[in-house]
Design a protein around this ligand. Structure first.
Ligand SMILES: [Zn+2]
Ligand SMILES: [Zn+2]
Length: 141
C-alpha cells in the first residue's frame, strides 16, 4: 500500500495542507478537489455565494481580510443584471442606479414599502438577508 506512494509527502506538505484546510474552512470555502499545493489555485466553492473560485493558499494566507472569493470581494464586478436579481430575491426594489457591490444602494422595501433601505449588495449576497432593517427588526424578515 505505502510502496505505491512514490510522492512521499513531507511533513511540511502535510502541514501546509492542514493549514490550508483550516484557512479554507475559516473563509467559508469548500474544496472541490484534493489540495493541489500552495502555489496553484485550489478549485473550491465559496459557500456564502455558491460560486466556484480557485484561490491560491500562498496568496490567501497573507490576506486575512480577503474572503478568497473574487466575486464577493467585488474584484470581479457583479453585473447590473445579477445585482437586480439579488435585490429582487431580497424583496427590494432599486431607487437608484446600481452603485457597485460595496456601496449602500438606495432601495424600497417591498415588504413594508419603506424607502429607507440601503443595503450593500455584498452583504445581501453573503447573508441572504431580506427586506429592510425595519422588517428584520420587527421579526417579519
Ligand atoms: Zn463568494
Ligand atoms: Zn421593510
Amino acid at each position: 500500500m505505502t510502496e505505491t506512494m512514490q510522492r512521499r509527502p513531507t511533513m511540511t506538505d502535510r502541514q501546509r495542507e492542514r493549514r490550508a484546510r483550516a484557512l479554507w474552512e475559516k473563509k467559508g470555502l469548500e474544496p472541490l478537489v484534493p489540495f493541489p499545493g500552495s502555489r496553484v489555485g485550489w478549485p473550491s466553492r465559496h459557500t456564502a455565494c455558491g460560486r466556484q473560485v480557485a484561490p491560491r493558499f500562498d496568496n490567501l494566507r497573507y490576506r486575512p481580510t480577503s474572503t478568497g472569493c473574487e466575486y464577493c470581494a467585488g474584484r470581479a464586478r457583479i453585473s447590473t443584471a445579477e445585482a437586480l436579481a439579488t435585490l429582487a430575491e431580497a424583496d427590494l426594489e432599486p431607487l437608484a442606479r446600481y452603485p457597485g457591490s460595496q456601496l449602500n444602494w438606495s432601495c424600497r422595501c417591498l415588504r413594508c414599502g419603506s424607502e429607507d433601505a440601503e443595503p450593500r449588495l455584498s452583504v445581501l449576497r453573503t447573508t441572504g438577508r431580506r427586506g429592510c432593517r425595519g422588517c428584520r427588526e420587527s421579526g417579519r424578515g
